[in-house]
Ligand binder design. Structure first.
Ligand SMILES: *Cc1c(COP(=O)(O)O)cnc(C)c1O
Ligand SMILES: [Zn+2]
Length: 431
């Protein structure tokens, strides 16, 4: 399969009468697509789209499904082997360029990704498994793995001729979007709930974003964002699963961690799950590596949530194909306080197809896990991310592991984003 391109096609990016984009040909915006990128498939109706015609959700009447980038895996499989990948410097997620929609040249990048996978022998002892490793996404440019999604999504925005980008976020995605927008020379409009962290709010300002702090929680920020969007045709949304490119960027976490394990697929990957963007991204990556013959099995994907907002855990336990929205979410883990995750059927598929699971722990256990990891291994986890460590402990206590496993925990954000929350947890214990 090859990309169907129409040389006469118009595009938003058109500035001087020439078609702005044409597959691999040069573009006015300087952003080119990669050779094997074939376009976007709708997850609901299955329609295939040209990536310059469909930029966000499925445009088919009454569909509005999630679009997912597709590639010519036969062509890629013929050229992309372990040696080729391993020979490249480990410096940025763009080293997997062939498996991404856009070429590295011209991408809006700050060398995000290429984060360490840190061995945690004390945690392995405590959990009674062979190895525990923490993928430390706190080392990204703005301190969270949100940067992996934004490098692709903002690159897409540039290709599509955007002048302004916009989103609602619990905090980290907003900070990241404002950073990448600034780098790309785009204006950013960020909606954050009032309870998002101080660092997030401060840094959106520092990056020059147009910040809108909305009373309430993420749903209130989302509603205010929708109102803003309705008033501004020129805003290019960067919401998760609204742009097809955020889960696509996050999939690179899996490529990296498998390579860091010398191509061994871990037994379990424990992921702090809100919208599940990173989880479905990694599930896609695992399927891709299998399809390309680089690995031959899937890891068990485990969704970790806070008991204060655990729609995926509930759906998994009940055997449902989709979640039921949580009516009164309440957790200190803002990044995973997502009561109505729109891609839940995809998340549940990832968990079930990979023989993984779902686990919820309460906020006190999550904060305990963050301090325990900091004290025993030195790594700093933001409370949201510590849900994954806490979930792994809970799985170990339940007897989910037999002893010879390799368990990977995603530290999706650096602890110093919310040092105040971690410190006051100690105070609540009289420390
Ligand atoms: C956004 C966020 C999450 C949740 O990510 P999803 O992919 O939407 O599930 C987890 N941890 C941190 C630190 C985040 O910022
Ligand atoms: Zn569709």
């Amino acid at each position: 399969m090859t990309t169907e391109t129409d040389p006469d096609r118009d595009s938003d990016a058109e500035t001087d009468g020439k078609p702005a984009t044409d597959g691999n040909a040069g573009t006015d915006t300087g952003i080119e697509t990669t050779a094997a990128f074939t376009g976007l498939d709708c997850r609901d109706c299955g329609t295939h789209f040209d990536p310059d015609e469909a930029t966000h959700r499925c445009p088919n009447a009454d569909c509005d499904g999630i679009l997912d980038p597709t590639y010519d895996y036969d062509a890629l499989g013929a050229t992309l082997d372990r040696e080729t990948v391993a020979s490249r410097p480990f410096e940025s997620l763009w080293r997997y360029e062939e498996l991404l929609p856009f070429t590295r040249n011209g991408a809006v990048s700050m060398d995000e990704g290429a984060t360490p996978l840190v061995d945690c022998p004390k945690l392995a002892d405590e959990m009674g498994v062979e190895r525990v490793l923490i993928k430390d996404e706190g080392r990204n440019p703005t301190g969270t793995f949100k940067d992996r999604g934004q490098t692709l999504a903002v690159t897409a925005a540039l290709r599509h001729g955007a002048t302004d980008v916009a989103l609602a976020s619990a905090g980290n995605a907003g900070q990241s979007a404002s950073a990448y927008a600034g780098r790309a020379g785009l204006d950013s409009h960020i909606y954050l709930p009032s309870r998002s962290g101080f660092t997030n709010k401060a840094m959106v300002n520092v990056h020059g974003g147009d910040m809108n702090v909305v009373g309430g929680r993420i749903d209130a920020a989302g509603a205010a964002f929708e109102e803003g969007l309705a008033d501004h045709d020129e805003w290019y949304p960067l919401q998760t699963f609204v742009t097809p490119y955020r889960h696509e960027g996050k999939k690179t976490m899996y490529y990296e961690l498998v390579e860091q394990l010398d191509w061994e697929v871990p037994d379990a990957i424990c992921y702090p799950t809100g919208g599940g963007v990173g989880l479905v991204g990694m599930y896609k990556a695992a399927q891709e590596f299998t399809e390309l013959g680089l690995t031959d099995e899937l890891p068990g994907f485990y969704a970790a949530q806070s008991a204060g907002c655990a729609p995926i855990v509930e759906a998994y336990n009940e055997g449902w194909d989709e979640h039921e929205p949580v009516e009164t979410p309440d957790t200190i883990c803002g990044g995973i306080e997502i009561p109505d995750p729109g891609a839940s059927s995809w998340i549940l598929e990832a968990i079930r197809e990979s023989d993984g699971g779902a686990v919820a722990t309460d906020d006190t256990e999550i904060l305990d896990a963050a301090t325990q990891v900091a004290q025993h291994e030195g790594l700093e986890m933001v409370p949201t991310a510590a849900a994954a460590a806490s979930g792994a402990w809970e799985l170990a206590e339940r007897g989910e592991f037999s002893g010879d496993e390799t368990v990977v925990i995603l530290n999706t954000g650096t602890g110093n984003k919310e040092a105040d929350v971690l410190r006051s947890h100690l105070m609540s214990q009289g420390i």
